[in-house]
Design a protein around this ligand. Structure first.
Ligand code: HEM
Length: 403
């Protein structure tokens, strides 16, 4: 009866949770952890769902085929209103075997070798952005629009073969689509605008082929009938969004975090060998793509509870990545920790396709900024910068600095 449901949900913590400090998980995660590896929460629409805070349980569940990513399922949980409308139908929102077909088409474009061939382009873009900061005797900037965002945005455009001159349009639509505060209508309008943009771009490229992953997919998969036009447009949209939104937040938040931990920044500046380890540690520590979402497609017994078929399950990797059983002193940032096995890129069949690319961008961006602008510092206190609400990729809206 309704009464029982009300009684059951009363007192349950609300989810998603918002961070107090942009580089630490929400305090509420520790309370959930005390309940055990899985805890119950209440979503904005009143629905009860599971949140997994245990590291082992997160890994086991992320490879369990009984947990579904299929966002077209009517029982898929809705984290924030915008997600009710803008359903992700490519890759991350699909289950095998359909998912694996799309994924296999993309994997060759994101290998370490392929990413290494992009390094000169990444170095060039990073160099240009830093040159622009240092030009004309300037001494202040907001690093979000001037560095954190344009670096990954330019790189994903080059990789896909999307004209960077359209970046104002797609950055704006992306932000309308992914911001936790967007309404369902705003998010679905933005997603439709982006898919429409890609349908036109695909048609233009069919008429006049160019260079890039999108052009390759047109020749090898669209022309051969392996992909439909709408499917290709959705994949392209997802790659564009996933390729710049997460990495941009990660660059911005990493810079902020390093500025707040000057001794760690000094390590990075003094020893180029530290860069790749520092990136792994920042990925673990910041876990910007928190809140992986699934629905149980069958009953699953795990961690002393039974997750029932149809239950929503959230796997916040920011909780798993601060597990004291796996990481010593997990709340301390230590760029020399030798971080491994973090879950910031997920785990299992959906593990991030762009992880090698993201690592290369982060390594180059952070190292170049640290060495070329050694006197970099914030011009406002951390508290004044605000935090992004739960239910979105974590990061900062602005990063006012001087040097
Ligand atoms: C999937 C994080 C950068 C493309 C994922 C997932 C996470 C993640 C956690 C798994 C989602 C799930 O299991 O539900 C990140 C972070 C990034 C980043 C933290 C930056 C620091 C990128 C880049 C690309 C990309 C640069 C390039 C296009 C993808 C794709 C998937 C994915 C295509 C879906 C894979 C699948 O479903 O098989 N990412 N990502 N990501 N990411 Fe990333």
């Amino acid at each position: 009866s309704i009464d029982t449901v009300t009684t059951e949900t009363v007192g349950l913590p609300e989810f998603p949770m918002t961070r107090g400090c942009p580089y630490h998980p929400p305090a509420g995660y520790e309370e959930l952890r005390r309940e055990g590896p899985l805890a119950r929460v209440r979503l904005y629409d009143g629905r009860v769902a599971w949140v997994v805070t245990g590291y082992e349980e997160t890994r086991r569940l992320l490879v369990d085929p009984r947990l579904s990513s299929d966002r077209t399922r009517p029982d898929f949980p809705v984290l924030v209103p915008r997600m009710a409308a803008a359903k992700l139908t490519a890759l991350v929102g699909m289950d095998p075997p359909e998912h694996d077909i799309q994924r296999r088409m993309l994997i060759p474009s994101f290998t370490v070798k392929r990413v290494n061939s992009l390094r000169p382009a990444i170095r060039r873009v990073v160099g240009e952005k830093i040159d622009a900061l240092l030009a004309d005797g300037r001494t202040t900037a907001d690093l979000v629009p001037e560095f954190a965002l344009p670096v990954p945005s330019t790189v994903i455009c080059e990789l896909l073969g999307v004209p960077y001159s359209d970046h104002d349009f797609f950055e704006q639509q992306t932000s309308r689509m992914v911001q936790a505060t967007s309404t369902a209508q705003e998010a679905s309008d933005a997603s439709a605008a982006l898919v429409g943009y890609f349908r036109e771009l695909i048609a233009a490229k069919e008429a006049k082929p160019g260079e890039g992953l999108l052009d390759e997919l047109i020749v090898e998969r669209l022309a051969t009938g392996q992909l439909e036009r709408l499917e290709l447009a959705s994949i392209a949209m997802f790659l564009l969004v996933a390729g710049h939104e997460t990495t941009a937040n990660m660059i911005g938040l990493s810079v902020l975090t390093l500025l707040e931990h000057p001794e760690q920044l000094a390590e990075l500046r003094s020893d180029p060998g530290v860069a790749s380890g520092a990136v792994e540690e920042l990925l673990r520590f910041l876990s910007v793509a928190d809140e992986l979402q699934r629905v149980a497609a069958a009953d699953i017994e795990i961690g002393g509870v039974v997750v029932k078929e149809g239950d929503g399950v959230y796997l916040p990797n920011a909780a798993a990545n601060r597990s004291p059983h796996v990481f010593t002193d997990p709340d301390t940032l230590d760029v020399r920790r030798g971080t491994r096995h973090h879950l910031a890129f997920g785990y299992g069949v959906h593990q991030c396709i762009g992880q090698n690319l993201a690592r290369a961008e982060l390594e180059i961006a952070l190292h170049e900024l640290a060495t070329r602008i050694p006197t970099l510092r914030l011009t406002e206190p951390l508290d004044a910068l605000g935090v992004k609400p739960g239910g979105s990729v974590q990061g900062v809206f602005r990063l006012p600095v001087t040097w």
